[in-house]
Ligand binder design. Structure first.
Ligand SMILES: [Zn+2]
Length: 388
């Protein structure tokens, strides 16, 4: 049974799912411990190493954790109910997975060992940020950066591996034999060098597993690539029908992430706003901008090309509903600007274009007076003339 990665989203069609966490209590007395049976699968759904959420539980509960990556055993000492851990996992996801800008879980962590910082990047909206490293888990992440990271931390890992091999030699044991099962990870030992050494072996295994995952991900993409070989027009039509179906089935409100994913799959992301405009905007565009802001933002945020397509879509909507919309063009432009869907220079460039083209009637009605070269002039004259 699966649950939404972001459990505050109730949409059953939300595309990011994770398995419900399964916990099994083993042992008794002082040795009682909770094995998170499917931690590998849960972590995979979150695109984080399984050690991160396990360690997070340990930090939150003040309990020691153990990892045995060979046998996929992730353990929190003490007896803990699955439901309680599931709720706690929400905290991990909020702090270490979801994008702070758009709530999308497709994010990566970037550890900078030199600066001791953990950066975040979002594949959905491109947002980049920094983790607040005050949480105890950050100490652990800094010491055990995720794989597929920048070259900086990869070289650190290589260094660790080297050291580890050397240590194994000194101990007279083959790599990965003695002392690597049920690695005991006491929180107070996190800062110790020994702890650090033991980790090298585990992260290497983790690396292998992730590479296998990456390969199978590529295989998945291959089956989807048939659509990508279709001509642009066909792909745009596929996207159009996808959004139309969402609209007609009444599920469009919470489908913003899915819509973006479909556009990315079909490689028509920049054109997304054009199609969305056609399907979602009419003479009530001012309300619709508010209603579908998130949908457009996913495409337009930091994407000038997408913003230009939005302008194109906007032009079409105005042409279709000239009587109602022509007099309100300035205020609608300001709405789009206030909603962060358009940046100043895009509006400015559009105004220039309108001035040159045969869209004279519109131009006259807007009364854009671009006398100075500053983009602000457009915005201020737009808002100024918005009264009529
Ligand atoms: Zn984001």
């Amino acid at each position: 049974m699966s649950v939404n990665v972001n459990r505050s989203v109730s949409d059953q069609f939300y595309r990011y799912k994770m398995p419900r966490l399964i916990a099994k209590v083993e042992g008794k007395g002082n040795g009682i411990k909770t094995v998170i049976v499917n931690m590998v699968d849960v972590a995979k759904a979150l695109n984080r190493p399984p050690t991160y959420p396990t360690k997070f539980f340990g930090c939150e509960l003040g309990a020691q954790t153990q990892f045995d990556t060979k046998n996929d055993r992730y353990i929190v000492n003490g007896s803990h109910e699955a439901n309680k851990l599931q709720d706690m996992l929400d905290g991990f996801i909020r702090k270490f997975v979801l994008c702070t800008e758009c709530d999308n879980p497709e994010t990566d962590l970037h550890v900078n060992p030199k600066k001791q910082t953990i950066g975040t990047s979002c594949k959905a909206c491109g947002n980049r940020g920094m983790l607040d490293t005050r949480h105890k888990l950050c100490t652990f992440i800094l010491k055990n950066p995720p794989e597929s990271n920048d070259s900086g931390s990869a070289s650190v890992k290589k260094e660790k591996e080297k050291k580890n091999r050397k240590k194994d030699k000194e101990n007279g044991s083959g790599s990965g034999e003695a002392g690597n099962h049920d690695n005991f990870d006491a929180p107070q030992a996190v800062d110790g060098d020994d702890d650090d050494e033991d980790w090298a072996e585990e992260t290497t295994e983790e690396a292998q597993r992730r590479r296998m995952e990456e390969i199978s991900d590529h295989a998945k993409n291959l089956t989807l690539s048939e659509d990508l070989e279709k001509p642009l027009e066909e792909r745009v039509n596929l996207f159009y029908n996808f959004v139309k179906q969402k609209k007609e089935s009444g599920t469009i409100d919470g489908a913003d992430k899915e819509i973006l994913a479909e556009a990315e799959r079909l490689d028509v992301k920049a054109m997304g706003p054009l199609i969305l405009s056609e399907l979602l905007f009419n003479e009530n565009i001012r309300d619709q901008i508010k209603k579908y802001k998130r949908h457009f933002l996913r495409f337009c945020h930091n994407n000038k090309k997408a913003q230009k397509y939005l302008m194109g879509g906007f032009e079409c909507v105005v042409k279709l509903h000239q009587v109602q919309l022509l007099p309100r063009v300035p205020i609608i432009l300001k709405d789009l600007y206030d909603a962060d869907l358009l940046e100043e220079d895009v509006i400015f460039a559009w105004a220039e274009k309108v001035r040159e083209e045969t869209f004279n009637q519109l131009h006259l009605r807007i009364g854009l007076k671009i006398s100075s070269a500053s983009p602000h002039t457009v915005i201020s004259s737009v808002s100024f003339s918005a009264d009529f």
